[in-house]
Design a protein around this ligand. Structure first.
Ligand code: AKG
Length: 286
């Protein structure tokens, strides 16, 4: 069972990042690898399309990182692993939240030879809900080396000024440029930490921590599953729906309400024992 020590939580709060081990076991990894093959071929087990399908076999640019967002809605094996209560608990403890909800997942596959992912701060895309903060658990299904396109996190950058979305995410030539601009503004030489971990390991990062990744010039593919989580106590800010990812996720709002529906943004753990009704039944049907 994945659990954090008090020392790890303190380090996360200081650094805005934490490298973790043994989040996924061998059985999870085998199951996820098989589901990734299907998802990127357009085989969606539940019949539901993920919210963002940014790469498909046969039609998409093979030099780009394969990406799908909210694969959990399309595939219950993925949902079962992503939505574990222990993931919610670890994130809530890091952030001092009453509980944890899924905002989105990120299904990522960076084959050998593929290009970079641009540096960004996740929270810059999220003013359409409040409090607009994310905390993310990044889990690797492969052994990752620095040259294998490892995710890079900048230590302490969650305390920097907040930047607006800047540059492209998929395949920029200078993937560190937006972060370097921000570091210059801060007058700081960035301390870049590579998430170079054995398979099953990964990292937790704060929503204001700068991160991105270089091209995969290593020998292995880099497949990862990311839980991007928000506090269990969030609500919509409809006047911001036109910004960043608001047009995609604002669609789930019920008219006349700012309540975020648990069917679309499930609560996976709270301190007082709540978990979205029927989530376990949904996951068990995998
Ligand atoms: O996997 C990467 O290289 C970047 C992923 C990312 O942007 C994230 O998890 O927020």
């Amino acid at each position: 069972m994945f659990e954090l020590s008090l020392d790890q939580i303190e380090r996360f709060r200081e650094d805005g990042l934490l490298i973790v081990e043994n989040v996924l076991n061998d059985e999870d990894i085998e199951a996820l690898r098989a589901r990734y093959e299907k998802l990127f071929r357009g085989e969606f087990e539940t019949g539901i399309l993920p919210d963002e399908v940014n790469w498909q076999e046969g039609t998409s640019d093979p030099t780009l990182t394969r990406q799908i967002c909210n694969g959990w809605k399309a595939d219950r094996t993925l949902a079962r692993i992503l939505c574990r209560p222990e993931h919610g608990r670890a994130i809530a403890e890091c952030m001092d939240w009453p509980g944890t909800r899924v905002m989105i997942d990120n299904v990522l596959w960076k084959p050998v030879g593929t290009r970079s992912l641009g540096f960004h701060q996740d929270n810059a895309y999220l003013d359409w809900f409040k409090p607009g903060h994310l905390c993310s658990l990044w889990m690797s299904m492969d052994d990752v080396s620095a040259e294998g396109g490892a995710m890079e996190l900048v230590r302490g950058s969650h305390k920097w000024h907040h930047s607006e979305p800047d540059g492209v995410f998929h395949g920029p030539d200078d993937y560190r440029a937006p972060m370097q601009k921000a570091a210059k503004r801060e007058g700081i030489d960035p301390d870049i930490v590579h998430v170079a971990v054995p398979k099953g390991g990964g990292s937790i990062h704060h929503g204001w921590t700068w991160h991105g990744s270089g091209p995969n010039t290593g020998a292995n593919p880099r497949r990862s599953l990311v839980l991007h989580a928000m506090s269990s106590e969030v609500e919509y800010v409809p006047e911001k729906f036109g910004h960043a990812t608001g047009p995609i996720y604002g669609r789930y709002r019920q008219l006349g309400s700012t309540v975020m529906d648990e069917n679309h943004f499930p609560i996976i753990w709270t301190r007082d024992g709540h978990r979205t009704a029927s989530l376990d039944a949904y996951c068990a049907a995998a």
